[in-house]
Design a protein around this ligand. Structure first.
Ligand code: ZN
Length: 253
């Protein structure tokens, strides 16, 4: 089968892969820099976007190392133009663990923002966009945006998962997922409208549309798995007289 992801290298045993479309983003950003400021623009734009994605990888490693601490295997981290994704082998359905695994991603961005704060606070008043100072300043903003954006309760983004984990301490897993997915849809629609009519960003609107469908798809997957689990539990109970534990496959943004 034709694979669109390219294997880069391993970080602490975790495979880092990049989706082929990521290079379209690099090319686009580079071209934008070139038309604005020639070679200088191209160099700093490509360096800046690469640095952004190093932060994305660190965010995903935050999820991954926390998950690993709970004995969860990580199959890979995939980078796409819209962000990163850590794929877990299986995840125990424990709200507290899911909560901490999810929180660890945005927490990395806030730690990075805190580290970048000091150099930015000591910069001169005017900084040139295509410079080292410009890069550090943009990285600070990017980490703040990444941290905050990921906390918006849009399922299946981190914020939606945090909401689901909190709800799951009170409600059954499927019901918690349903509520989180419904809240997520409302926020996703608000996101689409804000992007279209306030920020004038078609790309941003498309991103929220994608999230809207991804949230619904994941809710359906949980529902299907729940039905399968119930079926197998019934079958096994008939034979062994006790319910089995079955881990679920999970993917987190
Ligand atoms: Zn995340």
């Amino acid at each position: 089968m034709l694979s669109w992801s390219i294997k880069l290298f391993r970080i602490a045993g975790i495979r880092l892969e990049v989706h082929a479309t990521f290079f379209l983003l690099l090319a686009y950003v580079g071209w934008e820099g070139w038309t604005e400021a020639g070679g200088t623009g191209l160099f700093w734009r490509v360096l800046t976007i690469s640095a952004f994605f190093v932060c994305v990888v660190l965010h995903e490693l935050g999820h991954s190392f926390t998950a690993r601490g709970y004995g969860v295997g990580i199959s890979r981290i995939l980078l796409m133009p819209i962000g990163g994704m850590a794929e877990f082998d299986s995840l125990p359905r424990a709200p507290r663990k899911e909560l901490l695994i999810t929180l660890a991603g945005p927490a990395v961005n806030f730690v990075l923002a805190a580290l970048l704060w000091w150099p930015v606070a000591h910069m001169p008043d005017t900084i040139y966009f295509y410079s080292f100072n410009g890069l550090i300043y943009q990285l600070l903003i990017a980490n703040l945006v990444m941290g905050v954006f990921n906390l918006v309760p849009v399922f299946p983004m981190d914020g939606g998962r945090i909401l689901r984990a909190l709800l799951a301490t009170r409600y059954p897993y499927l019901k918690a997922t349903k509520i989180a997915a419904t809240v997520g849809k409302v926020f996703a629609v608000i996101g689409i409208l804000v992007m279209l009519f306030w920020l004038d960003s078609v790309l941003g609107a498309l991103l929220f549309t994608f999230i809207l469908f991804a949230g619904e798809a994941e809710y359906r997957a949980v529902k299907r798995r729940e039905a399968e689990d119930a079926h197998w539990r019934q079958m096994l109970e008939r034979f062994y007289g006790r319910p089995p534990d079955r881990p679920i496959i999970n993917v987190t943004e």
